[in-house]
Design a protein around this ligand. Structure first.
Ligand code: UGA
Length: 471
């Protein structure tokens, strides 16, 4: 099929590359000349596993980059709109980029097209896209508007796209739904997975994925409700972690017992320093705003956001309780990205904590496997950057773990301890086992689990680790 994807941001770029890998002819449209030039030259603007291979495989073959929206629409049966929907000051989604694209589509309509909203948008956006296209004199028989929310996560975007838990299509008639059925046929009929060079199947994937058709408004709501539910799960476990800290329980054990209830499930129950990124914070605010406008006061979402904010201040208090005063303290920081596997620092809890610690007078040396360059642009010379985790720890009063990178969970702990001035680790992502850390001589703080310190070594001392006051 011939497909246009408008917007080469995270979702657009990944969708374009994956559609091409599914065998479609794709034109990726953007109005950013510099970005297009970089893509044409083979540069990959985001750190995302398998994306470089796919772009290399299809660039100049069945994946073209263009600034010609009109030409791309004319050449395509389906036009996916994947432009940004940033937050306004009031927390609404700013839909002006979507409107601008929609208003330029009608003049290019030369046959039946399905216009697909792929960006995360509030309910009613598809109605508005339809109105704007009609207002600009397109014939109602020549187009339909569908909603096809995307559920990919940064860091695993390509595999999430090609091995989704489900494909949701909001379409108000069968003619429109059938175009999207054809787009996703290589996944739903399983033929993609038989390809010799298909992207490897991740462990949990169920193939072929279910194809769910709903009304457009329901599809729009599925996206917002999914993100809100996931964020709620994280805030819920963070709140439980705070109770665990107060009563001396262990949130890891609680999660195990809780998550093995198949109705609850173990995923997205990792406590930490709160969720961040370009999606959950923005989407929760937008969902809150859209619910309010439609007459429902969705206060549960306020609480989800409040707990998330509080999680950072609790962690800051934990650092203070471990170090007493902060001014002049040297801290090693592992992780700046909003989560592991990505170079994205948007709404990163790690970045926000680092900024606060700098304001408090700390001297920081940070390491992140991918986000360092982006972080440098924001933090300038307020902190130092290290080449590896051990360099970040060198001479530090304590080491903070702020992002759940896999490589931070398998450090050489003896070497780390030798580098630190004091063997204190404050782990905002629960990457290590407290008992083992204490046995290795660390004073170790984590989230929702008792803080531990090694026994002072005496002749008779062979006792288990000491529990220290948490925060
Ligand atoms: C999220 C959703 O998971 C995707 O399904 C959705 O498509 C995407 O938003 C979007 O709307 O575009 P993403 O923001 O890439 O994906 O990353 P997540 O893996 O969901 O993590 C979000 C944040 O929650 C991160 O800061 C992460 O560290 C945190 N998190 C996640 C936790 O603190 N605990 C967990 O158990 C899981």
């Amino acid at each position: 099929m011939h497909i246009a994807v408008v917007g080469s941001g995270y979702v657009g770029l990944v969708a374009g590359a994956c559609f091409a890998d599914m065998g479609h002819q794709v034109i990726l449209v953007d109005n950013d000349e510099q970005k297009l030039e970089a893509l044409k030259q083979g540069q990959v603007p985001i750190h995302e596993k398998f994306l470089p291979e796919l772009l290399q495989r299809h660039r100049g073959q069945n994946l073209a980059f263009s600034d010609d929206l009109r030409g791309a629409v004319q050449a395509s049966e389906a036009v996916f709109i994947a432009v940004g929907t940033p937050s306004t000051e009031q927390g609404h989604a700013d839909l002006s980029y979507i409107e601008s694209v929609a208003s330029r589509i009608p003049s290019a309509i030369n046959g039946y097209k399905v216009i697909v909203e792929k960006s995360t948008v509030p309910v009613y956006t598809s109605d508005w896209i339809r109105k704007i296209i009609l207002r600009n004199a397109a014939s109602p028989d020549l187009f339909d508007v569908a909603s096809n929310p995307e559920f990919l996560r940064e860091g695993t975007a390509v595999t999430d796209f090609l091995f989704p838990d489900r494909i949701v299509v909001g379409a108000d008639n069968e003619r429109c739904a059938s175009v999207l059925r054809a787009v996703y046929a290589p996944l739903t009929d399983g033929s993609y997975y038989e390809k010799r060079d298909a992207i490897p199947q991740p462990d949990r994937a169920q193939v072929p994925p279910p194809f769910i058709v709903t009304g457009t408004k329901s599809a729009e709501l599925i996206k917002h409700a999914s993100n809100a539910f996931l964020a709620m799960k994280i805030s819920f476990i963070n709140a439980v972690a705070s109770v665990c800290e107060s009563v001396g329980a262990n949130v890891q054990q609680v999660c195990h017992g809780l998550g093995t209830d198949s109705r609850i499930g173990p995923r997205f129950l990792n406590p930490g320093i709160g969720y961040g990124g370009s999606c959950f914070p923005k989407d929760l605010k937008a969902f809150r705003a859209v619910a309010r406008e439609s007459g429902y006061d969705f206060r549960l979402l306020d609480e989800v956001m409040r707990i998330n904010e509080e999680q950072r201040s609790r962690f800051l208090r934990k650092i203070k309780s471990a170090l007493w005063t902060l001014r002049g303290k040297r801290l090693g920081v592992l992780g700046l990205a909003f989560k592991g596997g990505t170079d994205d620092i948007r709404e990163s809890p790690a970045m926000s904590l680092v900024e606060t610690l700098v304001q408090e007078g700390c001297r920081i040396c940070a390491y992140d496997p991918a986000a360092q360059e982006r972080a440098r642009e924001v933090l300038n010379s307020t902190i130092q950057f290290a080449e590896n985790p051990y360099e970040a720890a060198t001479g530090a009063d304590a080491l903070l773990i702020l992002t759940e990178w896999d490589e931070f969970a398998s450090l050489n702990l003896q070497r780390l301890r030798a580098e630190l001035k004091y063997p204190i680790v404050i782990d905002g992502r629960n990457l290590y086992d407290p008992e083992s850390m204490a046995a290795l001589g660390f004073t170790y703080y984590s989230v929702g689990r008792p803080a531990v310190a090694p026994e002072l070594r005496t002749a008779q001392s062979n006792a288990s680790p000491r529990t220290v006051k948490n925060s």
